[in-house]
Design a protein around this ligand. Structure first.
Ligand SMILES: C[S@@+](CC[C@H](N)C(=O)[O-])C[C@H]1O[C@@H](n2cnc3c(N)ncnc32)[C@H](O)[C@@H]1O
Length: 212
């Protein structure tokens, strides 16, 4: 793809940012293909590799779904009319026809009850692309990341079916020690995958695993 060069009017830092933004292949692609976020391509690449949407009728929970890029992918790649799909985020999203959304914080007690009421049975796929608002303080941010992942693990223990797919964003240095022990107790076939659409400089990566 041809790179666009900016006329230098901005500070060095903002020029770098603008250059990266304008030449971001996946951002351009997401606009062209009608996706709300470049994150959509991360899920497409995860599915290309791990074939998570491999059944006709699926119960899918997408945690941290705003602005809805992954939900759009789910709608395109699954038989969504036969499936039960729920997205949750503390931020509101614009409606996606045929897809259910709850504006909730995952840490609110009633969220768990509402997930239970919505599905009324176990789920096939649990997705989490949640990331906390970072403070810049490394140890505070580390704790925030760990508690978010812990909350996703709690949800997986409650709702995910045996052999159900677990896809969860983690951050380098954010999932070690006790957290990894817990992950290996709950899941099997644990793989780490950084989709091409995830920026190289980002510490994010994804765990893809199956419930034991
Ligand atoms: C990277 S974005 C997700 C992008 C999404 N997968 C998409 O494709 O559009 C991370 C999201 O996690 C959400 N989030 C972070 N902490 C949360 C919490 N405690 N409860 C619910 N959502 C949370 C944020 O509000 C944010 O919208």
């Amino acid at each position: 793809m041809k790179k666009i060069k900016l006329i230098k009017k901005h500070s060095h830092k903002s020029s770098l940012w603008l250059n990266r933004h304008i030449n971001d292949e996946f951002l351009l692609k997401s606009k062209l293909e009608g996706f709300r976020s470049r994150s959509s391509f991360k899920l497409i690449q995860i599915d290309n590799k791990f074939k998570i949407f491999n059944q006709n009728k699926l119960n899918i929970l997408d945690l941290g779904c705003a602005p809805g890029g992954w939900l759009q992918v789910i709608k395109r790649l699954t038989n969504y009319k036969k499936s039960k799909i729920l997205g949750i985020d503390k931020l509101i999203i614009k409606d996606i026809n045929g897809i259910n959304f709850l504006q909730r914080d995952i840490f609110e007690n009633k969220t768990i009850e509402e997930i239970n009421n919505f599905f009324g049975e176990k789920i096939d796929i649990l997705l989490s692309d949640m990331s906390p608002n970072t403070s810049g303080n490394r140890s505070v941010d580390h704790l925030k990341i760990v508690s978010l992942i812990e909350s996703v693990l709690d949800v997986s223990e409650l709702f995910l079916k045996k052999n159900g797919f677990f896809v969860c964003k983690i951050f380098q240095g954010g999932a070690q020690g006790e957290l990894m022990d817990r992950i290996s107790k709950i899941f099997k076939s644990i793989k780490y995958f950084k989709p091409q659409a995830s920026r190289k400089e980002s510490p994010e990566t994804y765990i893809i695993a199956k419930k034991k």
